[in-house]
Design a binder for this molecule. Structure first.
Ligand code: GAL
Length: 824
């Protein structure tokens, strides 16, 4: 059983820091006291600029998530070639309908702790959206165009001796630069790192585990050292490896005498290694002390895991010797109502939900992830494909990455690989998604160049790419050169790819793209492509997809049949802002319909379909649709059951509708879903009794017709928060009838009030068509539910969350906040 509360203790292990007393390295997160303005103010780079009237914000910050939503914010007249469109049409909301386009400035006083002669200072940006220009005391110290990548700037020479420093950052988002909501601003963390002159630079270690067996694991640690401006002296690196319990399990000391270079190589042996896997995410850490002569100059910690994997022709993928298929999802980076502003607790909640789903892998589509996500995947056990680009030289959108590709692609790949090559969760690197260069002249050479760069920086992991242009990519050598061919939405062509490609294995790098809206069911129930309804919603019978995409079942059948197919990455785990297909032209709609979970993080029915295949540890038995259909009496209302039991009997008001078993039929879906297609609606209840393989009745699930809304109920994902100013609780408000049944059609507006040591942060209901703002403490329920996010303050204490709705008794929920070690 997955226990989310065991993670915070591990999280502490992974922080790169040392006791302040050692004064070797100090790392500070620059979170508070930023000033921000939208619009271009070139003079703001200067230290004496007056910014008192600007807004005070804390970072991570997404300037656009506060809205308002407006289809005019991101109008695009485009022909989306990837979607097989034949002519250009006007799209609204393609990038979320939020006001992220334009320039913004951030400024902050910069106090550099214990800075002085012989010290170095570096700013590390985890990501800045986008086209960042960084100024310290009026001097430009760095620039990085790609908003998703991490980059660092050495600011030592720009700092003033009197310690009064000003940091300013200019960011600019161009129109038509993205296919989804990118966010805006300093949406990821900014770190200030102060070291001695002799130090390990940013991402300065590279740790691999070249040989692993039951008795021992060889660990090879390469550590770079920088000694700017000082005469070379003898350097010594003392390294100790600790296991997850903090016990030292290996040590070594290496000296480096000039002029033999500036990189240490250390080889250590860990006895009886505990292997990292999604089920056993065991982490080790290597702590190194760097001495120049007898003086301790730096201390650096590298968190790592010990695991091996293989990709073998005809056999596919194995981790630690065990064959397995990726049960993966693709995710964009936004966190729904929080926008792009990264928050560890929000990511942990997503991963907690994905664990319950049985998911074990994530593809970080279509860009570099936040470091918090990678760290959590190490700790909680998810395998990652870390992706870099959505386009290369040939554009998909007018002002996309193609404008930077020639000058920046190598630098972007190098930073990505250096940042994450010690993380055990990272299994593959992706050099691109559906890049139009798949079929353009020169595209194959670009693919080779990018793959070579990645191999040069990390020869231990394979390179993949998501391909959609099957004929071109298989025909021209593009697919053949990749370490791991990844196909997007091509389940029927895997056997052909197997016959034509040399690798002997492949991946469903992007699958399904089924569309649905939580709680919405359309009649008659039928398989459909690109189906649109007047309410801009999609049906949750999970039979609707796009012209290029499929129902989940079409992928399942191939995954089960083909041993060389190494799993799938479903598009997507969570709904995201932007790309409201099939309603790209039908504002209002600001978010996707592809998610297994909606924008509020609430599971759609599809959650249980995937869970019934992926979560092998606990049973799934889920019925759809809801059973509150006034006016449908006597009409055909199909009932589906998503379950990992082989068969079940359905009862409507106690009357059997027969027993169904998963089995092939003329409908593909019957292999994966139990379906009663002729059920006539009558109010009351539907109930399934599930049978195990031996034919024994083992479980039941019932859905009742709901009465009128009677009260609100609040349910928190956890009741105890860390009082760190960042931790979040997700509180689902349900509109229920007198018996506690969810009222599946309720749209009541719910108002939230938060008192005590917490504050209201955001609310979402998963309705893609809603224009209500996420940061206002009120929103309408969508199909009876919505989710409020409450953020802890830095003071321990209690939090009271109150929800009210006109005509219904309010509900109150109490949360506690306390120290980091408190169980969640
Ligand atoms: C794919 C693309 C994704 C998303 C998806 C929607 O072709 O790679 O980014 O657009 O389609 O189905």
């Amino acid at each position: 059983m997955f226990r989310p509360f065991s993670w915070p203790a591990l999280a502490l292990l992974c922080v790169v820091s040392v006791p302040a007393a050692a004064q070797t390295r100090q790392e500070t997160l620059l979170t508070t006291d930023w000033k921000f303005t939208k619009g271009d103010v070139p003079e703001a780079s200067q230290p004496d600029f007056k910014d008192a009237k600007w807004q005070t914000v804390s970072v991570p910050h997404d300037w656009a998530i506060y809205g308002p939503f407006d289809g005019n914010n991101d109008l695009q007249t485009v022909k989306i070639e990837q979607n097989q469109e034949q002519k250009a049409t006007q799209k609204a909301g393609r990038t979320g309908g939020l006001p992220f386009i334009g320039t913004g400035w951030y400024r902050r006083q910069l106090t550099v702790p214990s800075f002085g002669p012989g010290k170095r200072a570096v700013l590390l940006f985890d990501g800045a959206m986008s086209d960042a220009h960084v100024f310290v005391n009026g001097k430009e110290v760095g620039a990085w165009p790609y908003g998703y990548n991490s980059f660092s700037c050495d600011i030592t020479d720009a700092l003033r001796p009197d310690g009064r420093n000003v940091l300013a950052v200019r960011l600019r988002n161009q129109p038509e630069a993205s296919r989804w909501y990118p966010g805006a601003g300093l949406y990821r963390n900014v770190h200030l790192v102060v070291t001695q002159d002799v130090h390990v630079p940013v991402w300065g270690t590279y740790l691999t585990t070249p040989e692993i067996n039951a008795n021992s694991a060889k660990v090879k640690l390469r550590t770079k050292v920088e000694t700017p401006g000082i005469a070379a002296q003898s350097l010594r690196l003392e390294t100790e490896i600790r296991d997850a319990a903090g016990q030292v399990v290996a040590t070594t000391t290496t000296t480096l005498a000039p002029p033999s270079g500036q990189e240490f190589e250390q080889n250590l042996v860990v006895p009886k290694p505990q292997l990292w896997s999604p089920e056993t995410p065991v982490l080790y850490s290597a702590s190194s002390k760097l001495y120049s002569g007898d003086v301790l100059k730096d201390e650096y910690r590298t968190s790592f895991g010990i695991r091996s994997f293989r990709f073998e022709a005809n056999k596919g993928f194995s981790l630690n010797g065990q064959p397995r298929k990726f049960k993966g999802v693709c995710n964009h980076h936004d966190l729904g109502p929080l926008g792009a502003a990264v928050n560890t607790a929000a990511l942990r909640r997503q991963l907690t939900l994905l664990k319950d789903l049985g998911c074990d892998a994530i593809r970080t589509t279509h860009n570099m992830p936040a470091p918090e996500l990678v760290t959590l995947c190490d700790e909680m056990g998810f395998m990652l494909i870390v992706e870099s680009f959505d386009e290369w030289k040939k554009p998909k959108v007018k002002n996309g990455y193609s404008q930077y590709f020639d000058a920046w692609s190598e630098k972007d790949l190098v930073n990505m690989v250096h940042h994450y090559r010690n993380n055990p969760s990272v299994i593959m690197w992706s050099i691109g998604n559906e890049v139009p260069d798949q079929w353009a002249p020169g595209g194959v050479a670009i693919a080779q160049r990018l793959q070579d760069i990645v191999h040069r920086e990390d020869p231990t992991r394979p390179v993949t790419a998501g391909m959609d242009q099957f004929d071109a990519a298989v025909g021209n050598g593009f697919a053949a050169l990749l370490d791991v061919p990844g196909f997007n939405y091509k389940p029927s062509r895997y056997p052909e790819a197997r016959a034509k490609l040399p690798q002997g294995f492949m991946l469903g790098s992007e699958t399904a793209s089924t569309v649905s809206s939580r709680g919405v069911y359309k009649f008659p129930v039928e398989l459909a492509k690109q189906k649109k309804y007047p309410d801009n919603q999609s049906s949750s019978y999970d039979l609707e997809a796009c012209v290029w995409s499929q129902t989940p079942d079409e992928e399942f059948v191939q995954q089960d049949a083909l041993p060389y197919l190494m799993g799938e990455f479903v598009w997507t785990g969570f709904d995201y802002l932007g790309e409201p297909t099939p309603y790209d032209e039908a504002w209002p709609s600001h978010s996707s319909y592809f998610g297994i979970m909606d924008l509020a993080g609430l599971p759609k029915d599809r959650y249980y379909l995937y869970r019934s295949r992926w979560n092998t540890a606990s049973p799934t038995l889920h019925l759809l649709p809801h059973w509150t259909w006034p006016g449908r009496e006597g009409q055909t209302t199909p009932v589906y059951c998503y379950t990992n039991y082989p068969s079940a009997e359905l009862f409507v008001n106690g009357v059997s509708q027969g027993r169904q078993s998963k089995a092939p039929s003329d409908k593909l879906q019957t292999q994966f879903r139990l379906m009663w297609n002729d059920v006539k609606y009558a109010p009351g209840s539907i109930k399934v009794v599930a049978y195990d393989a031996a034919g024994k009745a083992v479980a039941e699930e019932e859905v009742r017709t709901a009465g009128q809304p009677h009260h609100l109920r609040l349910v928190a994902d956890h009741n105890r928060l860390t009082a760190d100013g960042q931790d979040l609780a997700y509180i689902t408000a349900r509109v229920e009838d007198a018996q506690g049944n969810l009222c599946p059609n309720a749209t009541n507006q719910v108002q939230f009030t938060v008192r005590g040591q917490g504050r209201f942060r955001a609310v979402a209901n998963g309705d893609a068509t809603s224009l209500e703002l996420f940061h206002q403490p009120r929103m309408h329920a969508f199909h009876g539910q919505l989710v409020a996010t409450v953020q802890a303050t830095t003071q321990a204490g209690s939090v009271e969350v109150k929800a009210t709705a006109k005509g219904l008794p309010g509900a109150v929920l109490k949360l506690e906040t306390g120290s980091a070690s408190a169980p969640k």
